[in-house]
Design a protein around this ligand. Structure first.
Ligand SMILES: Nc1ncnc2c1ncn2[C@@H]1O[C@H](COP(=O)(O)OP(=O)(O)O)[C@@H](O)[C@H]1O
Ligand SMILES: [Mg+2]
Length: 193
């Protein structure tokens, strides 16, 4: 399967995640919830959808949690509080450090964060308001210092949490961060391709 096909199939699932209302049934702030998002989005494209990685991973100079400690680390992250803006972002940052899946951590994790923010403060992120370069450099910095990512996300919060268009634009931007945005989610939605 090529990248474009992966993008098409998983974006179609992202639309369905919203339209079926399954998104509102996802458990908030747990690995179970995150893995259900991951499984749903990537069920057609990754055999490992929803399941823990079995290989060590690094990006840039950063090594994500070693496989050996992955389960223990996820258990600790699940215990982190999620009732304020700062707590939600800190939990997201730690889940990114764990990086539970072989691929798709960014795209599933951002939906997971939105659900935590919605529950905690009644807002979510309008990801179309955060530029790719800013996002990625803040996330690279985040294991050491989460101030930059908090600042970026705070400036992109919206209280329009049930706005389908904001969600859809956010998905496109989320794919753009991952160099995987070649077909617009709105075209997929319109033409049902
Ligand atoms: N150097 C880095 N240090 C820490 N986190 C990073 C780094 N580079 C990327 N990330 C995070 O990892 C995510 C990408 O993880 P990945 O599993 O590839 O997700 P996806 O498949 O959705 O692209 C980015 O969105 C970002 O949040
Ligand atoms: Mg990736």
């Amino acid at each position: 399967m090529d990248y474009k096909q992966e993008e098409l199939l998983s974006k179609r699932r992202a639309i369905e995640l919203w339209d079926s209302d399954y998104i509102n049934e996802i458990e908030v702030g747990t690995f179970e919830g995150l893995s259900n998002i991951h499984r749903y989005l990537f069920q057609d494209v990754y055999s490992f959808a929803g399941t823990l990685r079995t290989v060590n991973l690094a990006k840039g100079n950063f090594r994500f949690a070693p496989v050996l400690y992955l389960e223990a680390s996820i258990k600790e992250i699940e215990k982190m509080p999620q009732s304020t803006f700062d707590e939600c972002v800190e939990k997201y940052v730690e889940m990114n450090v764990a990086h539970p899946f072989r691929e798709g951590n960014g795209r599933s994790g951002r939906i997971w964060l939105d659900l935590m923010l919605r529950a905690a403060i009644g807002k979510c992120v309008d990801w179309s308001k955060i530029e790719k370069e800013d996002y990625l450099s803040a996330m690279e910095r985040s294991p050491v210092n989460s101030l930059e990512i908090k600042y970026l996300i705070k400036g992109a919060l919206t209280d329009d949490t049930s706005n389908r268009e904001i969600y859809m634009k956010g998905i496109d931007n989320s794919y753009r961060y991952e160099e995987a945005n070649s077909v617009s989610i709105f075209d997929i939605d319109k033409s049902n391709i």
